[in-house]
Design a protein around this ligand. Structure first.
Ligand SMILES: [Mg+2]
Length: 90
């Protein structure tokens, strides 16, 4: 399987969706992220197949990356700063 970094995933989202994300705007894009989190919750609570849950995990990440693009946040860097240090938060 092809490896992909978080930064590459975010670049991919920018390439395919940034224009549409920009037109939709920050608040509506955030709302979509929340909607996808709800779908993930539903999939888990309804004990759907692993494949179905995987799809929702992918959706949540995709919308988070879209949101980061709109906010000008490098998600990989943000994750590194907070979690890749000798004392990650508890
Ligand atoms: Mg979904």
């Amino acid at each position: 399987m092809e490896e992909i970094t978080l930064r590459q995933a975010q670049d991919l989202m920018r390439k395919y969706y940034y224009e549409r994300d920009s037109r939709r705007g920050l608040y509506a894009t955030f709302t979509w992220l929340v909607e996808e989190v709800g779908e993930l919750a539903e999939a888990i609570l309804e004990k759907r197949s692993k494949e179905a849950i995987e799809e929702e995990v992918a959706d949540v990440l995709a919308w988070l990356l879209s949101l980061s693009n709109l906010l000008g946040i490098d998600t990989e860097e943000a994750f590194r700063k907070k979690y890749l240090n000798p004392e990650p938060p508890l």
